[in-house]
Ligand binder design. Sequence first.
Ligand code: MN
Ligand code: MN
Length: 470
Amino acid sequence: MVTDKSEDEKLFYKNELVWDTMSSDDKSKMYGISDRYIDFLDRAKTERLAVLETIRLAEMNGFSSIESKAELKPGDRVYFLNRKKNIILAIIGKTSIREASSMVGAHIDSPRIDLKANPVYEEENMVLLKTHYYGGIKKYHWVNIPLEMYGVITKKDGEVVDVHIGNDPSDPVFVISDVLPHLGGKIQGDRKMKEVIKGEELNVLAGSIPEEDTEVKERVKLHFLKLLNTKYGITEEDFLSAELSLVPAFNARYIGLDKGMIGGYGQDDRICSYTSLQAIMDTDNPEITSICYLVDKEETGSEGNTGALSQWFPSVITTILEKTQGSASLSDFYSAMTNMKVLSSDVNAAVNPTFSSIHELQNAGHMGMGVILTKFSGGGGKGGTNDAHSEFVGYLRKLFDDAGVNWQMGEWGKVDEGGAGTIAKFMARYNSEVIDLGPGLLGMHSTYEISHVADLYMTYKAYLAFYNST
Ligand code: MN
Ligand code: MN
């Protein structure tokens, strides 16, 4: 029998490299998006900074605070702010939000190192700061790299001081120092991976010059506190009401000779935050209401009033109902949520060629093959996950294929290899249709995560098509 190649092509599913099918128009736009994304990563290294950058970009693109709007009409572009760490952008559609809406939800928090409430101590004529890490990290990633410090200190009189040390080239940086290999054998040699560096060993070097007065105790600590007092007007007690974080002090860059990838801290999940933001900014007068939800606290379980489990989100939907139709009943709210389509926009793990054995390659996400649709996350027999319905996946297949979006299905590693969670299951509690969609990363939750420029662009394109759906 003669093999009919065209029949093979018709019947087999084959996924292709974005590069092979991308239009020249897309290729020319792609690096515009990735340059702007790199800029976003450098400006938005914490959730507070991500919110500030979002407001700056949103206002440049015609969005204004909901506080300035007594009512909302189709085409209006507004943002809602929650405690400087959580923001929602919306463009009001022609159809009532009770009947349909499209929401893309990404998180703007990333794993990092936070200072403890009483962090400062002196030992061996050096000042160190005690820390408690935030989110799922491999602690050994965080030693021997330059760190920047960001955050706020709230004084007793209510004044809030902004802190950012390390992002200006003339600024000093901080570091957590590891044991040298020559002498580390006994203390570290037999430790398991998770304990190579222990949580209580993540102490940050912050000073080493003593106060001139040789009579005082803890001369280096005193000198350090004097510097802080001169710069910020604070005393040691003010750390009690501070929120200070350390993040890698290096900026995002293109990776590889061909500049096909991007390396940078916090791409989980600022790659989805940025692309959902850029896509809603590029949306005009949509048929149905478009919503971009940028949320905090995903990396610690979505609890807290700025996380996806906060009742702030339903309060925003209620406000949209009230300001578009004059009032909002509970039944209006539930109609809106039931008829809302949600992309939980979060990253997936792309296959790393050196560690490909953790994946089942036929169902894994691959670099450069487009944005990844993750039907379920969780672990151990789909435990603790939203598993999206066939009908919704089918709807998105058509939407993305029609819009020229390269996309792939991706499962989180081999069955029983591990697991992961996103905000998808929390949004599904409102009875909306929800699925995860985002690009694959290499080295997720490391201090320098890697994405592919073509996947970044296809993520943007997918969100744009979704916002412009009906
Ligand atoms: Mn994530
Ligand atoms: Mn994460």
